[in-house]
Design a protein around this ligand. Structure first.
Ligand code: TRP
Length: 450
């Protein structure tokens, strides 16, 4: 069987790959999670651990994932099976592909609900439906939305349909074209937002909050930062493998991955710089948790001159970012159905989309009907979030590092990374064999003993 036999197409250029991978990376993780996590974890110290995790652990693992993807040249499950057989004689490592694909579907299920909130807010901001007085008092708009399961289900459905529609159109016509428009638009809107925030009077305070370590870190915080780093780079769930499988030969994996990681980090930092100045300028608290974007921010914006327009811009931005990411969440599982089971692409998208859609109800109801249904003291949504980002992502990331660094022969990885420099290769190999696995272990142990 030729390596390319069932492949779904190749990216037209390095730029397309970088755009698509950046599209997957930049999303709710950067604009919603990173700011609220930085907010509840005290700012500076969290931010530096997060940045350290991206550089020392995230980047080498991203390179490894793309490398495995391109070498396997098929969806993550079959790709890992093939590589596993080639390198070890057994197919055991395909479990990595399975875990990644399953994690993707779980994340998509709640991702789509949160993106649905953003859609709801976009519409409300557009037709100026926010009631200024009420919002300023208590963020009632968010509570109303959270207590309206049907409304959330509708937006969740709308968002899932938007994502399925693009993925059904395939790699070139769907993915590549869409992110080609969305990503530049997103950067532009974000810069506009930061420019606006810089004029609010809270900018210096925001910079201090984000970059000056004010408090120490406990174990849970470091683990959260690691999970956040994996999540934001879209690691540990097969999407970088799936996208790597469509990467033509002769394109440098290292340089592409660096571009993606840098772009992703810039967006997260810019999002922080767009949000916190507004929050501080209005004398509000940074530590509000998941409601930061949906409760605090609208209230803050609406009290400022021109704020309602910028609020609208902000939520459009959030929807675009989430949209490009959800495409990446669908792709690995869809590619597997299409390649392995010869299911037509549109039908494969419907199947995976429907599974994630149904699981998403658990998240919707976590905020209302099932708010009292607790497993380990947490709601379904909190469990989904914790199990995926704090457990599955680091675990799969670790396995990928072990496979690429220790199981795969040096000649295989050197062959795949041959476009880069020799020094670059040595640094990567050291990072993937030692720094990344030991870093993950250290953070997990730190969490367990505290
Ligand atoms: N990186 C995305 C974000 O920051 C979320 C995400 C995690 C993702 N894993 C993914 C997106 C896999 C696409 C594919 O919002």
């Amino acid at each position: 069987m030729s390596r390319r036999s069932s492949l779904q197409g190749l990216w037209s250029s390095r730029r397309s790959f970088v755009l698509a991978a950046t599209g997957a990376a930049v999303g709710l993780g950067n604009i919603w999670k990173f700011p609220y996590l930085a907010g509840i974890n005290g700012g500076g110290a969290y931010v530096w651990v997060y940045l350290g995790c991206i550089l020392a652990i995230g980047l080498p693992i991203m390179i490894a994932e793309v490398l495995l993807g391109r070498r396997g040249r098929r969806n993550p499950i079959d790709g890992m099976r093939l590589l596993s057989e080639e390198e070890t004689g057994g197919g055991w490592w395909r479990a990595v592909g399975w875990a990644g694909v399953a994690t993707g579907i779980l994340i998509l299920s709640y991702y789509s609900v949160v993106a649905g909130w953003a859609l709801d807010y976009t519409l409300r901001a557009a037709i100026n439906l926010f009631d200024r007085g009420e919002l300023a008092q208590a963020g009632r708009a968010f509570d109303q939305l959270r207590n309206a399961p049907l409304r959330q289900v509708l937006w969740h459905t709308a968002f899932m349909a938007m994502s399925c529609w693009i993925v059904a159109k395939g790699v070139k016509g769907g993915l590549e074209r869409t992110v080609g428009y969305l990503m530049p638009l997103l950067f532009l809107l974000l810069l506009v937002m930061v420019g606006y925030a810089a004029g609010t009077g809270g900018f210096a305070e925001a910079v201090d909050f984000l970059f000056h370590p004010h408090a120490g870190l406990d174990g849970r915080t470091a683990l959260v930062a690691l999970g956040n780093a994996f999540f934001t780079l879209s690691l540990g769930m097969g999407v970088m493998m799936a996208y790597g499988a469509y990467l033509p030969e002769g394109i440098s994996i290292g340089r592409s991955a660096i571009a993606v990681a840098v772009a992703d980090t810039i967006v997260a930092v810019l999002a922080g710089l767009a949000i916190f100045p507004v929050v501080f300028a209005q004398g509000m608290q940074p530590a509000l948790g998941p409601g930061l974007l949906f409760r605090t921010l609208p209230a803050a914006f609406l009290q400022m001159p021109g704020g309602s327009i910028f609020l609208l811009v902000f939520f459009i931005l959030l929807v675009c970012a989430a949209w490009a990411s959800s495409i990446g969440l669908l792709e690995p599982a869809v590619a597997w159905l299409v390649e392995r089971h010869a299911i037509p692409r549109a039908r494969a998208v419907l199947i995976i989309g429907a599974i994630a859609w149904v699981i998403g109800f658990g998240t919707v109801f976590s905020f209302n009907r099932w708010a009292d249904v607790k497993v380990f003291g947490q709601t379904i949504f909190q469990n989904l979030d914790f199990v995926t980002t704090a457990i599955l992502l680091p675990l799969v990331g670790m396995l990928i590092a072990l496979f690429a660094g220790w199981v795969m022969s040096k000649s295989s990885s050197a062959d795949e990374l041959a476009e880069g420099s020799l020094v670059g290769y040595r640094v990567w190999r050291f990072a993937i064999r030692f720094v990344a696995p030991l870093g993950i272990i250290a953070i997990v142990i730190h969490k367990l003993v505290r």
